[in-house]
Design a protein around this ligand. Structure first.
Ligand code: GLY
Length: 406
């Protein structure tokens, strides 16, 4: 049974109400924002914005991620279009695709995957327009160009120019969730080098990021010559040895994507183990604290985005699992998280924009610690669209037709 067919009538109605809210919010906010792109809500509930053109880079205060959120807004516009059929929302998405176009040449960040896999790929899928496929391919070439070839294999450097030694040695767990851009490019062009790099990165990440208990490091520094891991550390988590739930959720999605693209049962088994670790650390509310190991728990903020990303990953595991009983189990786990988010975390106040409350962007940097965060909204909605409109938002193979990971 597919995930979509497992929905109860009350779940279907609740998820449709979320998409109604999304449609209303996107129609009202997109026009009001002009050319600016929202990324987090401020304590007042209003959107904080930045231009799409802000690239990542090292500045006097260290690393600046730049605007890696901008594609998610376009993805939300497209999801609202799929739900409502309102052509104005598609028009708004098209206008914004023009605004993010120059970022397809950005050589400085692995987040180029997030930007274009959430925007240009669904835009191409929904409209059939080749221009969006070409845009996504340009971005995929940039991501492929971030490969660092070591004696132990290849990885994709996360942050900054490759001629900066800090950037060249850097790797982050979030890169795993940027790999779908490469896998889409491999399928689109028939050029296996995109897929092979994703698989090579995944092999190195499995060795360097995943601890014996199947928790993950947020970041790893490699020796770019030998490929040996120098250290595991964190940038957005509580401590180098803690487990940051959003990173764990990115890993679940990324290992599942690599399992599908490379037809690799080992990657799939690891994705499932990462998912089991995530579930084992949840309490009854099903939405994790911002870090599983913050010593301040229970007086610590939650991160609804981690639950949304993990739920989306669980639906991916369900679609790919060769075992119908395990697939049903992953559907149930994903739906439980989505039910909790829709029941307890949905924005209700008019003044609070965004869809999900209580996301946590970066507690160590004091940014967006109790906010709607755009990637949380995106993966929540992406999961709901996969359930209510299967195959309409992005290319999606069924378990029967992929038959890849068994
Ligand atoms: N940079 C990815 C994240 O904040 O999850």
């Amino acid at each position: 049974m597919t995930a979509a067919a497992s929905l109860s009538e009350s779940q279907r109605a609740a998820f449709r109400r979320v998409l109604d809210l999304l449609t209303e919010r996107m129609a009202a906010d997109d026009a009001a924002l002009g050319d600016a792109f929202p990324y987090l809500t401020a304590p007042s509930g209003a959107w904080k914005t930045m231009p799409a053109t802000r690239s990542a880079g090292y500045g006097p205060n260290g690393w600046d991620h730049g605007n890696w959120f901008c594609g998610f807004w376009i993805g939300l516009l497209l999801a609202a279009y799929v739900h409502s059929g309102d052509a104005a929302l598609l028009g708004a998405a098209r206008r914004r695709l023009d605004l993010i176009g120059p970022r397809a040449e950005d050589p400085n960040t692995h987040d180029i995957g997030f930007i274009f896999q959430s925007s240009a790929i669904p835009a191409c899928h929904i409209t059939g327009a080749r221009a969006y496929a070409e845009l996504a391919l340009r971005a995929a070439e940039r991501l492929r160009a971030r490969a660092v070839r070591t004696k132990a294999g290849s990885y994709i450097a996360a942050w900054g120019p490759l001629d900066d030694p800090r950037g060249r040695a850097s790797s982050a767990i979030d890169t795993m969730a940027n790999l779908p851009l490469l896998y889409w490019a491999a399928a689109e062009t028939g050029d296996a080098s995109f897929r092979d790099l994703g698989a090579a990165h995944t092999r190195m990440a499995a060795g360097a990021f995943v601890r014996p208990d199947c928790s993950t490091y947020h970041a790893v520094e490699y020796d770019p010559e030998s490929g040996v891991k120098r250290r595991g550390f964190t940038f957005q988590g509580a401590a180098d040895e803690s487990c940051w739930p959003r990173g764990q959720a990115w890993a679940i999605k990324g290992f599942a994507a690599s399992a599908e693209a490379a037809a690799d049962a080992g990657f799939f088994a690891l994705a499932e183990d990462l998912g089991r670790y995530f579930l084992a650390r949840l309490d009854a509310g099903l939405v994790p604290y911002w870090d599983f190991d913050d010593p301040a728990i229970p007086a610590a903020p939650r991160d609804s985005s981690a639950a949304a990303i993990a739920a989306s990953g669980f639906l991916d595991l369900a679609r790919l699992s060769p075992d119908p009983a395990l697939a049903a189990e992953w559907v149930a786990r994903g739906l439980a998280l989505l039910d909790a988010l829709a029941r307890d975390y949905l924005v209700t106040e008019e003044s609070h924009r965004g869809i999900l409350k209580h996301g946590c962007y970066s507690k160590p940097q004091g940014e967006g610690v109790d906010s709607a965060v755009l990637f949380g909204d995106f993966y929540f909605i992406e999961a709901l669209v996969k359930l209510l409109y299967p195959g309409r938002f992005a290319p999606e193979r069924s378990r029967a037709s992929s038959g890849r990971v068994a």
